[in-house]
Ligand binder design. Structure first.
Ligand SMILES: Cc1ncc(COP(=O)(O)O)c(C=O)c1O
Length: 349
C-alpha cells in the first residue's frame, strides 16, 4: 500500500498532473504588468468566453477575487447581502469591512438558496438614515455550514429569480463560483447561463480543476476598470505568471468532464459513512464533491474522528462543532475510498 495519505480535507490539495506540469513547463511567458504575459492573456480570454463576459482577470486566489469584486461594485458605508455562512462572509477574515468599509446583511439559507422575499425585505429603504444596499452575493456551489449537506447546486431558475429581483432594485450581483465547474458537471447547465445570473463571477482554478494556483474574475468593462485598479492596489498583478496560469488553462480545457467522477466518489463516501451508527451524511443529497458528516455518536467529536482516521492514513477536516467534511478531487480515487471504508470500520467498529 502507498504511504501517501488519502487526503479528503479539501479539493485544494491536488498537485498538477504530469500533463499539466508539461503545459506549465512549456508556457510562453512575458511580463504581465508591462507588455503582457501571453499565457495569462490566453487564460483570461478563455475564461471570459466560457462565462460569457466581456473580460476577465487572473488573480492569485479566490479570496482576492471575491474581495476585488466587493470593492469594485461598492463604496464604503454600503451594504451587501449574502448567506450567513458563505465564504465571503465567514472565511475571508472580515475583508469586506476591513478593506472596503462594507456592512454585510446576512440571511440564512442552509442549501444556499436565498429566499427572494427575504432578499427583497433585506434591501434597505432609500433613506439618509440607512446604508445603501448595492450588492447581492451568491455562492455556486454552496459549501454550507456543516450542519446539513454541503456542496449544493443552486438551481438556475432560482439564480435567475434572484438576479431579476436584485437588478430591478438597482443591486449588482456577484457570484462566488469557486466551484462553478462542479455545478456545471452536476446540472449540465453551461457556465455562461449560470454567469448570466450575475454581473461578476469568480472561479477557482486550484480546486476541482486541479491547478496549483489561481482564480479568475470576470465581468463587464466598467467593472474591470475598477477591478484592475484594486488588483494593483492589493499587489495581485503578477509578472511572468503564465507559468502558473498555464496550469489553470490546462484545467479549464481538460478537467471539466472528470468532475462527474469526483461527484460519484463523494456519494460513495456518504453511503459508507451513513452505514455507521451516529454518523449522518445525507447520501441522497450529495450533489457534487463535498460530503458533510454529522458526528452524533456518544463520546465522539469531529476532532476525535479526524485524529483517529489520520492514524489510518485518511485525512479529513472538522467543519463545525458537530461535523467533519470530506471532499473528493483529482488526487483521490476508488482506492482511497476503500481505505476510508476500512479505516472507519477499524475506528468505529
Ligand atoms: C466557496 C469558496 N469561495 C472562495 C474560496 C476562496 O478561495 P482561495 O482559497 O483560493 O482564496 C473558497 C476556498 O475554499 C471557497 O470554498
Amino acid at each position: 500500500m502507498s504511504t501517501r495519505p488519502s487526503d479528503f480535507r479539501s479539493d485544494t490539495v491536488t498537485r498538477p498532473t504530469p500533463a499539466m506540469r508539461a503545459a506549465m513547463f512549456s508556457a510562453e511567458l512575458g511580463d504581465d504588468v508591462l507588455e503582457g504575459d501571453p499565457t495569462v492573456r490566453a487564460l483570461e480570454r478563455a475564461y471570459a468566453a466560457w462565462v460569457g463576459k466581456a473580460g476577465a482577470l487572473y488573480l492569485p486566489s479566490g479570496t482576492m477575487a471575491n474581495q476585488i469584486a466587493l470593492g469594485a461594485w461598492t463604496h464604503p458605508g454600503e451594504e451587501f447581502i449574502a448567506e450567513r455562512s458563505s465564504h465571503v462572509v465567514q472565511w475571508e477574515a472580515g475583508g469586506a469591512a476591513a478593506l472596503h468599509g462594507l456592512q454585510a446583511q446576512t440571511l440564512i439559507a442552509p442549501d444556499g438558496r436565498l429566499e427572494p422575499t427575504e432578499v427583497e425585505r433585506a434591501i434597505r429603504m432609500d433613506s439618509i438614515h440607512c446604508p445603501r444596499t448595492t450588492l447581492l452575493c451568491v455562492e455556486q456551489t454552496f459549501m454550507g455550514d456543516g450542519e446539513g449537506p454541503g456542496g449544493r447546486v443552486v438551481p438556475l431558475a432560482h439564480l435567475a429569480t434572484l438576479a431579476a429581483l436584485a437588478r430591478a432594485k438597482g443591486l449588482h450581483v456577484h457570484m462566488d463560483g469557486a466551484r462553478l465547474p462542479n455545478a456545471i458537471a452536476a446540472s449540465g447547465v453551461s457556465a455562461a447561463r449560470h454567469a448570466a445570473c450575475a454581473d461578476s463571477v469568480m472561479t477557482s482554478l486550484s480546486k476541482g480543476l486541479g491547478a496549483p494556483v489561481g482564480a479568475m474574475l470576470a465581468g463587464p468593462p466598467e467593472f474591470l476598470v475598477r477591478a484592475k485598479q484594486l488588483r494593483k492596489r492589493f499587489g495581485g498583478w503578477m509578472r511572468q505568471a503564465g507559468v502558473i496560469a498555464a496550469g489553470g488553462l490546462y484545467g479549464l480545457e481538460h478537467h471539466l468532464e472528470r468532475l462527474k467522477d469526483d461527484h460519484a466518489l463523494a456519494r460513495s463516501v456518504a453511503e459508507i459513512c451513513e452505514r455507521h451508527d451516529g454518523l449522518h451524511a445525507w447520501p441522497n443529497q450529495v450533489e457534487t464533491n463535498i460530503v458533510m458528516v454529522q458526528v452524533a455518536r456518544h463520546g465522539w467529536t469531529p476532532e476525535r474522528l479526524t485524529d483517529a482516521l489520520a492514524e489510518h492514513g485518511v485525512l479529513t477536516m472538522p467543519m463545525s462543532a458537530t461535523s467533519v467534511r470530506f471532499v473528493t478531487h483529482l488526487d483521490v480515487g476508488p482506492a482511497d475510498v476503500e481505505r476510508l471504508e476500512r479505516a472507519l470500520a477499524k475506528v468505529l467498529g
